[in-house]
Design a protein. Structure first.
Length: 207
């Protein structure tokens, strides 16, 4: 939306952002554009931790926020591990920035870690990003992945090792990331319990 200056027509995603009120300043003509800056809620976790199942349930009852899954935008053009998928993360923040102009926060589900969003140019337009990591015991994670249809290749030795490793990384590092991640253990929780805990986490930070 306002990456293109409405005054001079120049494109720049890295405008100067000022507060009280929130506004973006075009570096070319100094045009001052007011916008809404709201929090984003990122729900991460290894495959098998419960992200998709929780997202599908949460979106049916959510009224104060919009629930989205990162995978709906994924394509080969975004498969850039050399720069930690920067374009993919930045594109998502641009989409969310525009959704927020309708006055609605977003809960975004998908595997990620804080530094992948916090270093993006579009990050400056969001007030805060809160992170919730769904985790579970490694044997339960393996069981869930092995129970998936073969075509998903979730139960391959390589994928099992990768997901168990990421799950452990979240457990070990949640308190050390900037900002910190909140952990939610889904090992023995029912779907309803996990959905409620996720909603309560969002609601506590919206008020």
């Amino acid at each position: 939306m306002f990456n293109v200056c409405p005054s001079c027509g120049q494109y720049n995603e890295a405008k100067e952002v000022l507060s009280a009120p929130d506004r973006a300043v075009c570096p070319s003509c100094q045009n001052d554009f007011e916008f809404k800056s709201l929090p984003l809620f990122v729900v991460t976790g290894a495959s098998g931790s419960g992200k998709t199942t929780v997202a599908l349930s949460l979106m049916k009852t959510a009224s104060d926020y919009i629930v989205l899954d990162q995978d709906i935008l994924w394509c080969d053009a975004f498969n850039t591990p050399d720069d930690d998928f920067m374009q993919f993360r930045n594109t998502w923040l641009r989409v969310i920035k525009n959704i927020q102009q309708a006055g609605c926060s977003v809960v975004l589900f998908g595997t990620s870690i804080p530094k992948q969003f916090e270093t993006c140019a579009e990050r400056r337009y969001l007030s805060e990003i809160h992170y919730l990591a769904l985790v579970c015991e490694p044997e339960e994670l393996k069981r869930r992945l092995l129970a998936r249809p073969d075509w998903r290749q979730s139960g391959t030795p390589e994928n099992l090792e990768s997901m168990v490793s990421f799950n452990k990384w979240l457990l070990d590092n949640a308190a050390e990331t900037a900002p910190q991640m909140t952990l939610l253990d889904t090992t023995d929780a029912t779907l309803d319990q996990t959905v409620k805990a996720t909603h309560d986490w969002v609601a506590s930070k919206l008020t």
